[in-house]
Design a binder for this molecule. Sequence first.
Ligand code: IPE
Ligand code: IPE
Ligand code: MG
Length: 255
Amino acid sequence: MFNFFKKKENNSNKDLDIALDYDNIPKHIAIIMDGNGRWAKQKGLPRSFGHKAGTETVRKVIKECNRLGVKYLTLYAFSTENWKRPKDEVNVLMNILVEYLRKEFNELNENNVVINHIGDITGLPLECQKELISAYERTKNNTGVTMNLAINYGGRTEIVDATKKIIEEIENGILTINNLNEKMFSSYLYTKNMPDPDLIIRPSGEQRLSNFLLWQCAYSEFWYSNINWPDFNEDDLRKAIFDYQNRDRRYGGIK
Ligand code: IPE
Ligand code: IPE
Ligand code: MG
């Protein structure tokens, strides 16, 4: 079944009337929300304005994913390497997160969104931890898109953490080496119970993973764009999905 989107009056800066195949919507989209700082700099504003503006894009993208029937939307919000940034910027990011969860909670909940998180949240300020846990507890039974906020997330740490848990279980006789396989390994990752991302989107012109979902990306399709995250909108998301639908996913085989 094909569905034709008309240009939205209020948000579109592009002439995109895209035909999407509703039977082939990616189940899991993961986005590296990049370019907030450059967006602000180009406007002569402090970087924090870019981060704040980025939350508006989050709101648009979640709504659109819900509408299109995307099941999982993983948003890279803070990496294990982002602690290298000046303390002020880290504080701004943590505050924006708490503010976002408080301000947007009702709307997200009304839209049936599950507010989940991945990453080592024990490394975050207590207030952030509390908001994240409480948002999950209050939305875990919702049936719409699962928004996975990747916070204090690092793909390598995730793999090391999984390995530690596995070794512990082997030592305690819960697991045997012979039982360990790819599927089993995946079940020790933060993303257990989720399908691997079908589509990874990175705005802002960078073409790298920056330690994002290293294990899970094995067969993800990548989509890059020069648009900075605060300027990214529903049309860009549809364009990414449209391109994804025209890729040939062979998984190493022949079609
Ligand atoms: C992404 O925007 C947000 C985070 C990494 C937290 P950046 O802050 O990386 O923006 P640029 O890359 O400097 O433009
Ligand atoms: C990746 O962006 C992390 C997030 C978007 C949260 P960065 O801006 O930190 O990545 P690099 O430093 O350009 O690789
Ligand atoms: Mg960046």
